[in-house]
Design a binder for this molecule. Structure first.
Ligand code: SOE
Length: 380
């Protein structure tokens, strides 16, 4: 019988759903010593928390996160609330000795992230940030190929995350559904929300970024604020593009926008190495495109690897070869790795310290865009 690990979830939005689904299903697919128990969900609105609890099977409801954090029967706090609340909750949860899983980005900025790192390290509590794309089997396979040296020296890393859901100037900012447009709640726009994913994957696959030079734009300058009812200045970046250099000498080119009509969540990256290149696309997430120059020339070309076989990352835990899995499975994988980490005393990545590296890149990109100059990214 797996040991229960009681989860206290704070927030009930899109990510609350993705994480709850992962807790509910992880033991169906992975053999683990621990079993997450959906103990309590917390939201300011008791009705909304109750509705969420009923749907997902949480045993109880709280309306004050401080009470949840202090509960003796909670082992793990999952922070699924807007970015401006992450630090306060995480620091309190660390002091209360809870394990913490925090939604991305870690924090509003690196200074705040640093305090969160210090809190979890002082309290010695297990912690992780939900950069879920690392657990797409095709991306984990890309990591294996790179670590095996299949690409050789890396020359280029380019990534894009394109969306189109904020083009309408009548769309308000702020409040429960639209806090991502409110700089006070989100800290930044596409940089922290979308590019942070691209950066996390890149640092994992290709090592640290040393220098960056960014450019941002806010296309819609004013929007009605849902909380004040007034038309207010928009403080987030609607689009951000940056170039940079990795410490391994490769060149970086990153772009993100919510103004790419026709693209809903087009996260793509391509890595070009001395011997081989790889390419991945979220809209076709179970495939990894791979080109190896060492193949016999008459059959050389881009291979489209369908990552569904039992010997490919995570796939042995799912169906039979050839049958694919989806976006929600990346969260299941992340919980499985976290629980295995707890079991074996080896932290699953990215932990807060690892995620702080992404935060530092985001800060440097935004500062570079403001000041119009290259920025060095602070290293550990
Ligand atoms: C924004 O639309 C968003 O939901 C991000 O917040 C997620 O992190 C990303 O995975 C998909 O897009």
């Amino acid at each position: 019988m797996a040991k229960p690990l009681n989860v206290g979830m704070i927030g009930y939005g899109f990510m609350g759903k993705a994480h709850s689904n992962a807790y509910a299903n992880v033991n169906h697919f992975f053999d683990l010593e621990y079993r997450p128990v959906l103990k309590a969900v917390c939201a300011r609105s008791a009705d909304k928390a109750k509705a969420f609890a009923d749907r997902w099977g949480y045993e109880a409801v709280e309306t004050d996160w401080r009470k949840l954090v202090e509960r003796k029967d909670i082992d793990l706090i999952d922070i699924c609330t807007p970015n401006n609340t992450h630090a306060e909750i995480a620091i309190a949860a660390a002091r209360a000795g809870k394990m913490i899983l925090c939604e991305k980005p870690l924090s509003m900025n690196a200074a705040e992230g640093q305090q969160m790192v210090e809190a979890v390290e002082k309290a010695r509590v297990s912690n992780m940030v939900w950069y879920n794309y690392r657990r797409v089997p095709a991306i984990t396979l890309a990591k294996q190929l790179i670590d095996d040296g299949k690409l050789g020296k890396i020359f280029h890393y380019r990534a894009e995350f394109l969306q189109d859901w904020t083009i309408n100037p009548e769309l308000p900012q702020g409040g429960t559904a639209l806090w991502r447009l409110d700089v006070g709640a989100a800290g930044s726009g596409v940089t922290g929300d979308l590019l942070a994913h691209c950066i996390d994957t890149a640092l994992w696959l290709n090592g640290d970024l040393a220098t960056v030079n960014g450019m941002t734009e806010t296309f819609v300058k004013e929007r009605k604020h849902n909380l004040t009812g007034k038309v207010e200045k928009v403080g987030i970046d609607d689009a951000c593009t940056f170039m940079g250099r990795f410490t391994n000498g490769s060149l970086a080119l990153f772009e993100s926008t919510r103004y790419a009509r026709g693209h809903k969540a087009l996260y793509t990256f391509e890595i070009n190495g001395e011997h081989a290149s790889i390419r991945w696309d979220l809209h076709d997430l179970h495939r990894l495109q791979y080109f190896d120059h060492r193949d016999q020339s008459i059959v050389r070309g881009w291979r489209s690897i369908h990552v569904t076989d039992g010997d490919q990352p995570y796939m042995g835990n799912w169906w039979v070869p050839g049958l694919q899995i989806g976006y929600e499975a990346t969260f299941v994988h992340q919980v499985a790795d976290f629980l295995r980490g707890v079991q074996e005393g080896k932290p699953a990545m990215p932990d807060f310290r690892d995620a702080l590296r992404t935060q530092r890149v985001c800060d440097a990109v935004l500062q570079s865009a403001r000041e119009g100059k290259w920025m060095n990214v602070p290293q550990d």
